[in-house]
Design a protein around this ligand. Structure first.
Ligand code: RIB
Ligand code: NA
Length: 328
């Protein structure tokens, strides 16, 4: 039987205002409002589940309407919740999106900040059924570190999405990471912390060899996938660990789509990638990357974060079954 995905991360109620331009200090604007489920952890869990993987989601929720929303939606998507009941309010995010599709986000971590290593340890024997453990940085690093250490004990792949960019990644967490998936900003911010100069505005335009060298600085022992928005992604493997690929580095372009909402596109990519790795661990990584890029592109054609995640049949209905994307 295929192994599943454990996601360790955040749930937020997203409050989203669509505005013509992002508000400046002192400015009051009117915008179209909507709210819905989000949080990088939950978005990724939904993407992995709708991609066909068995998913467990370790998180922390408040005793409030947001917590109820999370429980109901997880059940609807067949996600097994492993939720810490917190006295803090369920996480929230305030999001402004402008006409260009650019956004500004403020997060109220609330209960998410209460996720603990002890709670993660409570996953216990479930870890034996996991092929991939996936985490982001909206939850305390100690909880993620614990999950990755347990994943390593059980032979599961550890996948770190180092988002948001302002979150620190302790060196022990990098050491436990098999695969990292920063976007351009997160990639450059984390490199700058290692005193390696990198500019998010120019990263996508670098020659493959230069980008590969930067990836090797960030995670010398693991695979780095830099997500490049509408340009797809760049994959860089560590020497001797090509994960079924023939090339040590390559680009995976994205299909052209009519994007109307890119909130959660990175989460779509991560959830789909984790599911592909868990469902077909022996297949080439290039095929998984192709699937994840197409999945993320499709998610941008719908409004919302978790709610916008496509189902596996919608992906194949639109783009085929990816069997000829294998480069190995
Ligand atoms: O990645 C998008 C997510 O970031 C949103 O759903 C919001 O909750 C923030 O966590
Ligand atoms: Na979307």
């Amino acid at each position: 039987m295929a192994k599943g995905v454990i996601v360790v991360g955040s749930f937020n109620v997203d409050h989203v205002w669509s505005v013509a331009t992002l508000p400046r200090p002192g400015e009051t604007l009117a915008g179209e409002y909507r709210s819905g489920p989000g949080g990088k952890g939950f978005n990724q869990a939904v993407a992995a589940a709708r991609s066909g993987a068995a998913v467990r989601f370790a998180c922390a929720l408040g005793d409030d309407a947001g917590g109820q929303l999370a429980r109901g939606l997880a059940a609807a998507d067949g996600i097994e919740l492993h939720a810490l009941d917190s006295s803090a309010p369920t996480g929230t995010a305030g999001i402004y999106v402008d006409r260009e599709g650019r956004n500004s986000i403020v997060i109220g971590p609330g209960a998410n900040a209460m996720l603990s290593a002890a709670h993660v340890r409570g996953l216990g024997s479930c870890l034996a059924e996991a092929g991939v453990v996936l985490a982001q940085l909206e939850s305390p690093a100690e909880a993620i570190r614990e999950a990755f250490a347990l994943a390593r004990d059980h032979g599961a792949v550890t996948l770190l999405n180092p988002a948001p960019a302002d979150a620190e990644v302790p060196p022990e967490l990098w050491a436990l990471t098999d695969l990292a998936t920063p976007n351009e900003t997160e990639f450059c911010t984390q490199l700058q912390r290692l005193r390696v100069a990198a500019d998010p505005a120019t990263v996508a335009g670098l020659a493959d060899a230069e980008l590969h060298a930067l990836c090797r600085r960030l995670l010398p022992h693991g695979t780095v996938v830099v997500t490049l928005g509408a340009a797809g992604c760049f994959v860089s493997h560590a020497p001797g660990s090509l994960r079924g690929d023939r090339a040590a580095c390559y680009r995976q372009p994205a299909p052209r789509v009519d994007a109307i909402d890119t909130i959660g596109a990175g989460d779509a990519f991560n959830g789909a990638l984790a599911a592909a790795l868990a469902l077909a661990p022996g297949a080439s990584f290039a095929g998984h990357a192709a699937r994840a890029v197409h999945y993320a592109a499709l998610s941008t054609e719908r409004r919302g974060a978790a709610a916008a995640m496509p189902r596996a049949h919608e992906l194949t209905g639109r783009f085929g079954d990816f069997s000829d994307n294998d480069r190995s």
